[in-house]
Design a protein around this ligand. Structure first.
Ligand SMILES: NC(=O)c1ccc[n+]([C@@H]2O[C@H](COP(=O)([O-])OP(=O)(O)OC[C@H]3O[C@@H](n4cnc5c(N)ncnc54)[C@H](OP(=O)(O)O)[C@@H]3O)[C@@H](O)[C@H]2O)c1
Length: 300
């Protein structure tokens, strides 16, 4: 992966595809809706109510009406703690739903793009996870995401699966937004330093996904910003960038007991994807810099 080859965030994809997005209101879906029309694509975004991915008939009806070239599944059950007790619902959305979509894409001859998670790994490797590493989820959410991967691979011959980590973008359901809220209320924040992965910006996920589609990539890839960081390091970097002057203290996860266990080090290598696309994915600090600029621009 060389800088000379350029960064994957430079969009270069072809215009003119019909792209159906599921999970309309989610943070990744919102970024696709913002970006794709600027590149000349037709974006089809049925509401989550009209396209419930756990309902095969609603998917078949949408695909038969709209005939998309590509279906991008941004719908997910992402409440990691709640999935411990609400397993059936989480499994429906994260495993059965993607299988329904993959099977329908096969029937209607569309490319299927799906997202999974670094939480399919147990976090004990002490190195960047590659696509060749064994999965071993340590919580129910991770189990549902791994089952989704397997079901998609078995159902659709033409698929792209990207494993993401610590996704952030426009919206409230992400760590950076929550940090801003906590920082506004508490002068001292305690943030865990024993969970390490990679914050990944929706802007970069969209650009890299579209580049992979254009280049004809198929299969399972890791897609994150570059580098790695603990939650504590992310909090310090982000809040300093926003000009907040809170004191941020590192603590271990046992200070905040939660229903679901989290992996210790689940950062993934993007080497396979970067080599395939001939470009590098920007560093997580660069991604946070752009996010802060964009959020500040929106509020001015
Ligand atoms: N967020 C992260 O940190 C993270 C980390 C690793 C991987 N990922 C993966 O990245 C992808 C995008 O995540 P994201 O952060 O954009 O998710 P998100 O903001 O939570 O959006 C998911 C959307 O899917 C909707 N949804 C839930 N059940 C549905 C159903 N049965 N049919 C249709 N829509 C449904 C949700 O609606 P409701 O809100 O009404 O339920 C929500 O609007 C997901 O596959 C996720 O698992 C995310």
């Amino acid at each position: 992966m060389t800088e000379a080859a350029g960064q994957c965030r430079v969009p270069g994809f072809k215009a003119g595809m019909k792209v159906l997005i599921t999970g309309a209101m989610g943070q990744l879906a919102q970024e696709f809706q913002r970006t794709l029309p600027l590149s000349g694509h037709t974006v089809q975004v049925p509401s989550e109510r009209s396209l419930d991915i756990t309902d095969l008939s609603s998917i078949r009806s949408a695909l038969s009406d709209l005939h998309p070239d590509v279906v991008i599944n941004c719908a997910a059950y992402n409440n990691v703690d709640k999935a411990e007790t609400d397993f059936e619902t989480a499994y429906g959305v994260n495993a059965i739903g993607p299988e329904n979509l993959a099977a329908s894409c096969r029937e209607f001859k569309a490319l299927f793009v799906h997202y999974s998670s670094d939480y399919v790994f147990d976090g004990g490797k002490e190195g960047f996870y590659t696509e060749a590493d064994e999965t071993n989820p340590i919580n129910k959410y991770g189990e549902t995401k791994r089952s989704g991967e397997i079901r998609v691979m078995n159902a659709a011959p033409q698929y792209l699966i990207f494993r993401l980590s610590w996704v952030f973008g426009k919206g409230r359901q992400n760590f950076l937004y929550k940090l801003s809220e906590w920082a506004g209320k508490n002068p001292v924040l305690k943030v865990v330093s024993d969970q390490v992965s990679v914050p990944t910006y929706t802007e970069d996920i969209v650009a890299t996904t579209m580049l992979a589609i254009e280049r004809g990539a198929r299969g399972l890839y890791h897609l994150t910003n570059s580098g790695y960081a603990s939650r504590y390091e992310v909090a310090r970097y982000f809040l300093e960038k926003t000009g907040a002057n809170n004191i941020i203290l590192p603590v271990t996860s046992d200070r905040f007991p939660s229903p679901a266990k989290r992996p210790y080090f689940s950062a993934m290598s993007t080497g396979r994807l970067s080599a395939e696309l001939g470009c590098s994915i920007p560093d997580w600090k660069n991604a946070i810099d752009r996010y802060v600029q964009n959020v500040q621009g929106d509020t001015q």
